[in-house]
Design a protein around this ligand. Structure first.
Ligand code: SF4
Length: 575
């Protein structure tokens, strides 16, 4: 068992402590109490597991490499009162050092456990400068320190740029050297503050720079005064093993599709009034208090239809849905219109033509893997051949922005299988591709059947559940190699990384990364993942996120929509 003691004063950081401990002891069962060793043999609390005595033990399961008790205590000697952020950072660093000593492990992501690490790096950039950096902007985490260190820049410019220095890749011109120096300084700060590895620091800086450049494009740069629209279509042909999204089997719930579309129309009609009112009050950005002209339709920057699998609807229903959207959405300022056509077995020539007629600019056709055995195992009812055929069909009909998703860490998949998948992607040359690390979600079948899947991983020789082998150093595991090969493929296809996010319980404690050709990025993904502007969700399982910015400080208000199709339809019945 692993018991982690949390001082009472630090109980407010329980989530941070838990997440960091989980990064060291992946996928162990946690039982956080309040400060006592619960149920350790020979202690007064033996057999009193349910007493819930205190704050703070993580208990590992039998049969894991940690079945011998580990007690984590006395790891924090810093201040207990004062600035919350300072205490949190110090606590995480000290806990990290303690756990690192205990396990002999270092983590690629260091103390970072949040889902949006890129936002830490984007703080260094000034959006108005494009390629420039915020050197000394107040309110940035390392502004002053960077400013001091930035004086080095003058020195570096006079010095020759030689091989082996961090600047060796910078050409001998002032801007490139300046940027290389800034990259190094930011990296240094990230490492010092978060103990992040070189590899991940480089990745963050690269993605942050790409993101900033995309947001500076003429057609996008006013994104703060605009919003995105997301439409949820919660139907799929079957449920994938790892799925935690709201997804209803179309065979069983197909009878609700007509009602769903009728409700979606009512949803648009009623909400558009409210959005208009809020826009005239200066929302979504309260700093922008200019009353807007009355809108008859929504005018989003990006439009995204996701799910579920929207193309699960039959042709008639699918066209009806796109017609409803046309009625309420004006795309004159829209930089992209995405439809997730994830399952290739839901794509037909007619549906592709319908999308063309309605102005869809970007679609996703997601193989997840090019290994048929794995597809069968994870419950996707399509073949590898379907992926290839539907991709080629879409290309032949003029779709010039197609994304493909893959997942690393699927059951029974070794590097060999992943290389096969990457080779399949290489041949098709999508315009963007997104690499996911399998995440164990609470609501997923994978989680409910975890014990049998664990066996499956063991049998495949992949070690302690989902390849999270605790005793292999991060960076040297099979999944790390899979990740590196994915990156190599992206480079080969001239796709650059432009967004990244992390989730809890990800295979290998890694991340999801989106790569795209220049100009073919999904701007909606950036807006969502970096919480850049307001997103209005329509349909089930959508979230309304209202973004406020005032004097440089941001606030996001989120509101979850209905999860169930039936509840969603009922809620609009009287209208
Ligand atoms: S296709 Fe996506 S939404 Fe549908 S079941 Fe699979 S993971 Fe879930």
């Amino acid at each position: 068992m692993i018991y982690v003691h949390i001082k009472k004063e630090l109980a407010k950081f329980e989530t941070d402590i838990r997440d960091l401990c989980l990064a060291f002891f992946p996928l162990q069962n946690l039982n956080l109490g309040t400060g006592y060793i619960i149920a350790k043999k020979g202690t007064p609390f033996n057999n009193k597991k349910n007493l819930n005595l205190g704050t703070g033990y993580i208990i590992a399961k039998k049969g894991t490499p940690f079945e011998n008790d580990i007690i984590v205590k006395d790891y924090y000697t810093g201040p207990l009162t004062g600035d919350r952020l300072t205490i949190k950072s110090e606590l995480k660093r000290q806990l990290y050092n303690h756990l690192s000593k205990l396990t002999g492990k270092t983590l690629l992501w260091g103390t970072l456990t949040g889902i949006r690490p890129v936002t830490i790096a984007t703080k260094f950039f000034d959006l108005n400068l494009g390629t420039g950096y915020i050197i000394d902007k107040k309110g940035t985490p390392f502004g002053a320190r960077i400013a001091r260190a930035y004086r080095l820049y003058g020195r570096a410019m006079r010095a020759p740029v030689s091989l082996g220095t961090p600047f060796e890749n910078a050409k001998n011109d002032k801007l490139n050297i300046k940027n290389a120096v800034c990259d190094e300084l930011i990296k240094k700060e990230l490492k010092k503050e978060y103990y992040i590895s070189d590899e991940k620091a480089d990745e963050l800086i690269e993605i942050a720079k790409n993101e900033v450049q995309i947001l500076n494009r003429n057609e996008i740069k006013d994104y703060k005064d605009m919003y995105s629209v997301y439409v949820g279509v919660p139907f799929c042909k079957s449920t994938c093993l790892y799925c935690s999204f709201t997804s209803f089997n179309i065979e069983k719930f197909g009878k609700y599709v007509d009602d769903y579309l009728e409700t979606l129309e009512k949803d648009f009609a009623t909400r558009i009034e409210k959005i208009r009112e809020s826009e005239n009050k200066g929302c979504p950005q309260i700093s922008n208090n200019i009353p807007r002209p009355q809108i008859q339709k929504l005018q989003p920057l990006t439009l995204y239809i996701g799910g579920g699998t929207p193309t699960s609807l039959d042709e008639t229903a699918f066209e009806k849905m796109l017609t409803i959207i046309d009625k309420y959405v004006d795309r004159s300022k829209c930089v992209e219109y995405t439809v997730e056509a994830g399952r290739p077995d839901t794509i037909t020539k007619e549906k592709l033509l319908i999308m063309k007629r309605h102005g869809v600019t970007r679609i996703s056709i997601n193989p997840q893997t090019f290994n048929q055995k794995t597809l069968d195992l994870i419950g996707r009812k399509h073949t590898v051949k379907d992926v290839v055929e539907k991709f080629k069909l879409a290309r032949s009909l003029g779709f010039d922005n197609i994304n493909m998703d893959i997942i690393l860490g699927l059951p029974n998949e070794h590097l060999f299988q992943v290389l096969k998948t990457l080779n399949g992607i290489r041949k098709l040359k999508p315009d963007s591709f997104t690499v996911h690390s399998l995440a164990l979600k609470r609501a997923a079948r994978l989680n409910f059947e975890l014990d049998s899947w664990t066996k499956n991983y063991y049998l495949a020789g992949l070690g302690n559940r989902m390849m999270a082998k605790c005793y292999i150093p991060e960076g040297k595991r099979e999944i790390d190699k899979m990740f590196k090969w994915s990156r190599r493929l992206a480079d080969f296809l001239h796709l650059q990384p432009y967004y990244l996010y992390r989730q809890k319980n990800m295979a290998g404690n890694l991340e999801n990364v989106g790569y795209a050709k220049l100009g073919k990025e999904c701007v909606y993904n950036i807006m969502m993942m970096s919480e850049r502007h307001t997103v209005y969700g329509f349909g089930t399982a959508t979230t309304k996120k209202i973004f406020y910015e005032n004097d440089g400080s941001k606030r996001i208000e989120s509101e979850e929509g209905y999860k169930s199709v039936i509840d969603y339809c009922k809620s609009f019945e009287t209208i």
